[in-house]
Design a protein around this ligand. Structure first.
Ligand code: TMP
Length: 235
């Protein structure tokens, strides 16, 4: 299945496949935080994130959201459409946490009266700065039309994921999406996993996501497994 190595990111490797236009994504156990300043591994993370991402992409596809997901290949690999990644990360927030808490001095856990959307320029040297729609336009990162599709799709994904995770006893606090250009359209790409979402147990508030690694809380493998186990029960 895997042909030529194309690219290695912090959590995944990408290869060409036997089929033109389709790529193989390999999910690694490597974890980084704070722009790669903190590094480690989370046992079996790649296996769990591959499955969680596949479940969520399939769920979203069934609800009419176009994604790059084609199919699972094996434990650590999925087949995806080759896209041109738009260098804008879209964050959706339902509850105050992380950088929003720090930037605006709001207490973590404070519910937001409506979803908040933020854009970040995907650029490691600049440390992924937050950008607004004008910055994105002048830097030519995406057209205003593309950005509108990305924003509306991100909000739609939020409207689908909030009740899905609620059925699994999980509050989806915030998450980050990446999009790609594919045959003249914008489709959802990258991954959706505990690496890219904040997921809190609805009853206890226990963190079931990468903040366990970022904040040295321990128990990362068990938390990621728990998210997969609960999603399998509701999808
Ligand atoms: P933040 O509060 O640190 O800005 O993170 C918001 C959400 O985006 C959170 O769910 C984690 C996710 N995220 C990523 O997926 N990649 C990143 O590089 C960062 C900074 C955040």
């Amino acid at each position: 299945m895997k042909r030529d190595f194309l690219y290695e990111g912090k959590a995944k490797r990408v290869y060409t496949s036997a089929q033109p236009g389709l790529l193989v994504v390999e999910y690694k156990d490597d974890a980084t935080a704070f722009d790669g300043a903190k590094r480690g591994t989370i046992e079996s993370k790649g296996i769990v994130n591959n499955r969680i991402s596949a479940l969520l992409f399939q769920y979203l596809e069934a609800e009419g959201v176009a994604t790059h997901f084609e199919r699972l290949i094996d434990e650590r690999h999925m087949l995806v459409k080759q896209v041109e990644i738009v260098p804008v990360e879209v964050v959706v927030r339902n509850t105050v946490a992380g950088s929003l808490s720090q930037r605006l001095g709001l207490e973590e856990g404070t519910p937001l009266p409506g979803a908040v959307v933020e854009f970040y320029y995907k650029n490691d040297e600049l440390h992924d700065p937050m950008v607004n729609e004008d910055h994105i336009r002048v830097l030519n990162l995406a057209t205003p039309e593309e950005l509108e599709v990305m924003k509306e799709t991100a909000l739609r994904v939020n409207r689908l994921l909030v009740p899905l995770f609620a059925r699994a006893g999980i509050d989806i606090i915030d998450f980050k999406l990446e999009f790609g250009r594919y045959q003249g359209r914008i489709i959802l790409a990258d991954e959706i996993s505990p690496d890219t979402c904040r997921l809190w147990d609805s009853n206890t508030g226990v963190k079931l996501d990468k903040d366990r690694f970022r904040r040295d809380l321990g128990g990362e493998p068990e938390a990621y497994q728990e998210v997969l186990r609960r999603l399998e029960g509701v999808i």
